[in-house]
Write a protein that binds this ligand. Structure first.
Ligand code: GLN
Length: 189
């Protein structure tokens, strides 16, 4: 199994580390050549969704990745990655892949609450640590979307078929619950 991590900007190294801890091959995607051999799954990291959106287009990665996701490639988006996968984004969303039937609110916690930690259940696993950094949350989901985690009354993790998203950064820390969920339930399905 080989998982590609989009490595244009943001928190990608930590995803590589978490996957390698789980014994999974992970490689960084920086240019078109990197995706020529395909992959079993893709991770879109947190960072700045506007910057990542622009770089994806400048580097001609946008269309081939969108096509792969639309054809069923398992994909996991964290934070900015969630925004790139949402069909609708409130608050100046950058144009993304728009493949998941959710409405996300960008910078949803305002400027006061830049970052915070929570511990909530994720897909039935209790007490999963969640790091939020200028995070979005999911305002509403379509019929085919499964809600996996909530905090403070807001949806912060969800899945629709081959697409998994978290508003938080599960890669910042040593808990691998969410990465394991992605590998076992999304990539291996
Ligand atoms: N606020 C960022 C954005 O709008 C997301 C923050 C993050 O990925 N930690 O893209």
């Amino acid at each position: 199994m080989s998982i590609g991590i989009l490595a244009l900007q943001g928190a990608f190294i930590e995803h590589v580390m978490r996957l390698r801890e789980l014994g999974v091959e992970a490689f960084e995607i920086r240019q078109l050549r990197d995706i020529e051999d395909g992959m079993d799954g893709l991770i879109l990291p947190g960072g700045e969704s506007t910057v990542i959106s622009k770089l994806l287009r400048d580097l001609q990665l946008f269309d081939p990745l969108r096509e792969s996701i639309e054809n069923g490639l398992p994909v996991f988006g964290t934070c900015a990655g969630l925004l790139l996968l949402a069909k609708n984004v409130v608050n100046d969303g950058a144009p993304g892949f728009a493949v998941m039937d959710i409405t996300a609110k960008r910078n949803a916690y305002g400027r006061q609450l830049g970052s915070f930690l929570a511990k909530e259940s994720f897909a039935g696993v209790p007490n999963v640590p969640m790091t939020f950094i200028r995070a979005p949350f999911i305002e509403s989901v379509g019929a085919g979307v499964e809600i996996l985690a909530q905090t403070g009354g807001h949806i912060v993790a969800a899945r629709q078929d081959n697409v998994l998203v978290t508003a938080f950064h599960p890669e910042l820390g040593d808990d691998v619950t969410v990465h394991r969920y992605f590998l076992d339930n999304v990539v291996d399905s």
